[in-house]
Design a protein around this ligand. Structure first.
Ligand SMILES: Nc1ncnc2c1ncn2[C@@H]1O[C@H](COP(=O)(O)OP(=O)(O)OP(=O)(O)O)[C@@H](O)[C@H]1O
Ligand code: NI
Length: 335
């Protein structure tokens, strides 16, 4: 599979008065064509900032460093004008919540059409074209009575229908890469299942890569091909979804999985440190039950096993040994 997106050593800091608060630190990962990469991690770890950096949506007080390549072209440093040709058609995002992203005074068909350059204000032929495409996407997303729904106002739709309208807004321009930030955050349990199902169906039917940002490990493991785990502005582990779920290597990933209701609800102790008070050494060290003396003094790098699994943890520094021998690996965690 071809690489669609390649992020190399991305740093993002925010200027807060005279203070320079570093948030993202050396983030590197790839997204391949037609794959779903989920980014998980607890609140405030930098998932949305990463998505905003890709979409050129960071606020003015953000300072960035590093590179982001989309189909081999560097896009992080592109001017707004040059980036415009990527937004929508190449890289698009699904708005976060119906209540903040849908205009209550406008019929939803028109709002979806606005996501294509020119919207309904285009020539008649194009307008009809867009209309047909909206019907097509609505029926694809199993929005019953798609023609009628185009003329409905947001308050006339159920929660599940509104969520699907938002997804339509992301996919109407047929992007190659779709960024979906926290699709299940504000929705209840029944709706969550529905959103997960729609996304899973989209993954199978539409040919685009997807970056799914969520703190919901359950949703991530149901939809994603690979999962990247972030902690306090750093990527700490990345690998195939089933391997991350069934054989987590980083102690933080293991903690997140143990906290899942299906795995016993063992909630991790402690809190993520604040970005302005980071101590030397591994950022997870203060909460880590496997912490070694050196973890408090030195920052571990990302170690790679040669099969695409990366772990930022000294326990896997001698990856040749730790990765090749399952018994040693078990020993590390079960000791
Ligand atoms: N404009 C900004 N100015 C200053 N700090 C910011 C700004 N935007 C985000 N941050 C900080 O960056 C950090 C990462 O935020 P981000 O929104 O990426 O977290 P997240 O992982 O998406 O969390 P959540 O799961 O709650 O959405 C947070 O500490 C946040 O306060
Ligand atoms: Ni977020």
């Amino acid at each position: 599979m071809e690489k669609l997106l390649e992020i190399k050593n991305l740093d993002v800091a925010f200027l807060m008065g005279n203070e320079h608060v570093p948030v993202l630190n050396q983030i590197s990962f790839d997204i391949y064509e037609n794959e779903v990469l989920a980014i998980v991690g607890e609140t405030g770890c930098g998932k949305s900032v990463t998505g905003s950096a890709i979409l050129h949506l960071l606020p003015e007080n953000a300072v960035t460093d590093g590179e982001i390549y989309y189909k081999n072209q560097e896009i992080l440093k592109l001017s707004e004008e040059k980036f415009r040709k990527f937004r929508g058609r190449e890289i698009a995002s699904v708005p976060q919540s119906p209540s903040t992203s849908l205009d209550p005074m406008m019929v939803v068909g028109e709002q979806v059409a606005e996501c294509v350059t020119g919207g309904y204000r285009q020539k008649k032929a194009d307008r009809e074209n867009i209309q047909t495409r909206i019907w097509d996407i609505f029926s694809h997303l199993k929005l019953p009575g798609e023609r009628k729904i185009c003329h409905a106002y947001p308050c006339q739709l159920s929660g599940g229908m509104s969520q699907r309208v938002l997804i339509s807004m992301g996919v109407i321009a047929e992007p190659r890469l779709l960024i979906v930030d926290e699709p299940t955050k504000a929705v209840d349990w029944i709706l969550r299942k529905e959103v997960v199902n729609v996304l899973r169906q989209m993954k199978d039917e539409m040919e685009c890569g997807m970056m799914l940002i969520t703190h919901d490990f359950g949703a991530a493991s149901q939809i994603a091909d690979r999962i990247g785990v972030m902690y306090c502005g750093q990527m700490v582990e990345i690998g195939k979804a089933d391997e991350i779920l069934n054989k987590p290597k980083h102690p933080y990933t293991k903690g997140l999985i143990d906290a899942l209701p299906s795995r016993g609800f063992h909630v991790m102790e402690g809190f993520m440190p604040s970005f302005s008070e980071l101590s030397a050494g591994c950022r997870f060290a203060p909460r880590c039950s496997r912490c070694l003396e050196r973890c408090r003094r030195h920052i571990p790098e990302m170690y790679e096993d040669g099969n695409g699994r990366q772990v930022r943890c000294f326990l896997f520094e001698e990856s040749g040994v730790a990765y090749r021998s399952p018994c040693i690996e078990e020993a590390v965690f079960n000791a």
